[in-house]
Design a protein around this ligand. Structure first.
Ligand SMILES: *Cc1c(COP(=O)(O)O)cnc(C)c1O
Length: 233
């Protein structure tokens, strides 16, 4: 099979599963975007994929920047940890940053965005599983720091949240994490801070190759899928 045919087959299978999960949850297929994660993909696969899909995610700003220049028609999302010294690079090449994991980072992103006269889309990364190895705001930090986070919404568009569930062979294990992020989003959406800033926290970036079905059933609007797309290559 050619690279193109294998990618087409994999994407079709994934889209079918996304559609099924949407039906299951009574959601519209249009409300779920597939972010194709290309971080481990060879360049020839990325090129082939670019004729089949338009939204790509990378977890390193450097590789994102290099690839964005070669495929500028693709919408690139940064999904991995961002060091403060890479913020300018990230903002020059990424449309959306999924991985705002601290106030210090958000402050820097807001500052650089203003300098570049951009107003990027950002998602606040939540660490729902309280794993110390994972980055992101804990639930307590999100509640405590929320009005400070919202205070940056003039410089950046705060569109919602991102999370990662703990690794597991059982997709259902991730469901409680996804559900609690949706409920936390609902709670923070109702705060005075969100209302006064006119925030619409519509995006929930959650679900990867192993757990995107429960993520969609729990309200994901973006699923970040890597390995499944490149299966068989
Ligand atoms: C790698 C990565 C993904 C995709 O993981 P797969 O299991 O390959 O689908 C999603 N989100 C983040 C933040 C990642 O780093």
């Amino acid at each position: 099979m050619t690279i193109h045919d294998q990618l087409t087959q994999n994407l079709n299978e994934i889209q079918d599963q996304i559609q099924l999960a949407c039906v299951q949850a009574g959601r519209s297929l249009n409300d779920v975007r597939l972010v194709a994660v290309t971080k481990y993909a060879e360049w020839s696969w990325v090129e082939a994929l670019s004729s089949l899909h338009q939204t790509f995610g990378e977890n390193r700003p450097q590789q994102l920047a290099e690839r964005q220049v070669l495929l500028p028609e693709i919408e690139w999302h940064l999904i991995g940890q961002l060091q403060r010294n890479k913020v300018k690079l990230a903002l020059q090449h990424a449309r959306v940053i999924h991985s705002i994991d601290s106030l210090r980072l958000l402050e820097r992103v807001a500052q650089v965005a203003a300098e570049l006269q951009l107003r990027p889309g950002v998602l606040i990364q939540a660490n729902m599983s309280q794993e110390t190895t994972k980055s992101g705001f804990t639930v307590e930090e999100l509640r405590h720091d929320w009005s400070q986070i919202v205070s940056f919404s003039k410089a950046v568009q705060i569109n919602g949240f991102m999370t990662m569930a703990a690794e597991s062979d059982v997709p259902e294990d991730a469901r409680p994490v996804f559900r609690s992020l949706r409920l936390l989003r609902d709670e923070l959406q109702q705060t005075d801070a969100s209302h006064s800033a006119g925030l619409a926290l519509r995006e929930l970036s959650m679900g990867m190759s192993g757990d995107f079905v429960p993520a969609i059933e729990e309200g994901a609007t973006m699923v970040r899928i890597g390995s499944r797309i490149f299966d068989g290559l």
